[in-house]
Design a protein around this ligand. Structure first.
Ligand SMILES: *Cc1c(COP(=O)(O)O)cnc(C)c1O
Length: 232
C-alpha cells in the first residue's frame, strides 16, 4: 500500500470511528508522524493534502527542515521529549511543542519564542502509567504547572497528550485515554484554551477517538516501518 492509500484509508477509519462515537470527524486531526522517514515520504503525504506532521527528535528534523521549508502550509509539531539545551532550536524549527512536561522547558521555550516574535502552542504530556521510561508530568502536578505556565506571554497551553503503555490490545489503552480526558475536562474550567487531547497511535486510534481524542498521531500505519537512521 502506498502512503497516499494509507492516508485515504485512515481518513475513512477516522470518520467511521467518529460516527460510532457520535462525534463530528472534523473534530479529529490526523497527524502524520514522519520520524525516521526521509523527506520524500513527507512530500508524498503532503501531496495527498496532509498538512499536520509530528517529529520526535530535534536533530533529525533539523536535517529535514531545509527541504520541508518549501511545503507551504505544512505544520510540524515536536512530539518527543525535549532537553532544555535544545529549546532555542526547537522554537526556531517547530510550529508547536506537544510533549512539554516541565516548567523549566516551558520557560525556556517562552523566552526563545519571544526573541523570535513568535507564539508557540504547547501541549502538556501527562504520565498516567507507572513505567520507568515514560516522560510526562504526574497528574497531581498538572494544576500547578498549568497555573505557572499561564503567566508566560509567548506560549499557550492548548491541550494535553499522553502515550499509554504499549500493548497489542488497543482496549488496554482505553482507561488511560479516559483519564486524560477527565483531566482535560477538569483543567479547561480554569484554563479555557486547554481544549485539545492528543491521544491514539497506529494501533489504538479508534479507541482514542471513542474517548474524545482531537488529534491522533499515526506513524507506522501511514509510512510503514521506520527506516531513517536515528540522528542522535
Ligand atoms: C512514534 C510516535 C507515534 C507514532 O507511533 P505509531 O505506532 O508508529 O503510529 C505517536 N506518538 C509519539 C509520541 C511517537 O513517538
Amino acid at each position: 500500500m502506498s502512503i497516499a492509500e494509507n492516508i485515504a484509508r485512515l481518513r475513512d477509519e477516522i470518520a467511521s470511528a467518529a460516527k460510532r462515537a457520535g462525534r463530528n470527524e472534523d473534530e479529529i486531526a490526523l497527524m502524520a508522524v514522519s520520524k525516521m522517514h526521509p523527506f520524500e515520504a513527507i512530500l508524498e503525504a503532503y501531496e495527498t493534502g496532509q498538512r499536520l506532521f509530528g517529529e520526535n527528535r530535534v536533530q533529525e528534523f533539523e536535517q529535514k527542515s531545509p527541504h520541508v521549508a518549501a511545503l507551504e502550509g505544512a505544520m510540524f509539531h515536536l512530539i518527543g521529549p525535549l532537553q532544555s539545551n535544545k529549546t532555542n532550536k526547537t522554537a526556531e524549527l517547530f510550529d508547536a511543542i506537544d510533549a512539554v512536561d516541565a516548567l523549566k522547558i516551558a520557560q525556556r521555550l517562552d523566552a526563545a519564542a519571544k526573541e523570535r516574535n513568535k507564539r508557540l502552542p504547547l501541549l502538556i504530556e501527562v504520565k498516567l502509567s507507572h513505567e520507568e521510561s515514560k516522560h510526562g508530568i504526574a497528574p497531581a502536578e498538572l494544576g500547578a504547572l498549568l497555573d505557572a505556565i499561564n503567566d508566560l506571554a509567548a506560549v499557550d497551553v492548548v491541550g494535553l497528550m499522553t502515550v499509554p503503555p504499549w500493548s497489542e490490545d488497543a482496549e488496554a489503552a482505553r482507561p488511560y485515554f479516559r483519564e486524560l480526558r477527565r483531566l482535560r475536562d477538569e483543567a479547561v474550567r480554569t484554563h479555557p484554551k486547554l481544549t485539545q487531547l492528543s491521544m491514539g497511535m497506529s494501533n489504538d486510534f479508534r479507541v482514542a477517538i471513542e474517548e474524545g481524542s482531537t488529534c491522533v498521531r499515526v506513524g507506522t500505519a501511514i509510512f510503514g516501518r521506520r527506516i531513517y537512521p536515528a540522528a542522535e
